[in-house]
Design a binder for this molecule. Structure first.
Ligand code: SF4
Length: 64
């Protein structure tokens, strides 16, 4: 997974806690949150409700 950038764009967005997981696309001036599940790829931020949201597993609980 792409590590979250600093500073996090829209820190209160649901996407940051989503198991999708979103990708962070960085340009020189901005960071965009790319959703792998949405047909339109970029949800209007900050996402506060999403029918595709599933909570990401807590850090350290991955396979292995
Ligand atoms: S599924 Fe919804 S909450 Fe999850 S990354 Fe995509 S837009 Fe964000």
């Amino acid at each position: 997974m792409t590590p979250p950038p600093e500073p996090l764009p829209f820190p209160d967005s649901l996407c940051h806690r989503c198991a999708a997981p979103p990708k962070y696309v960085q340009t020189r001036t901005s960071t965009f949150i790319l959703c792998p599940l949405l047909p339109q790829k970029y949800a209007p931020q900050p996402v506060r409700a999403c029918h595709l949201f599933r909570p990401a597993p807590p850090p350290g609980s991955g396979p292995g």
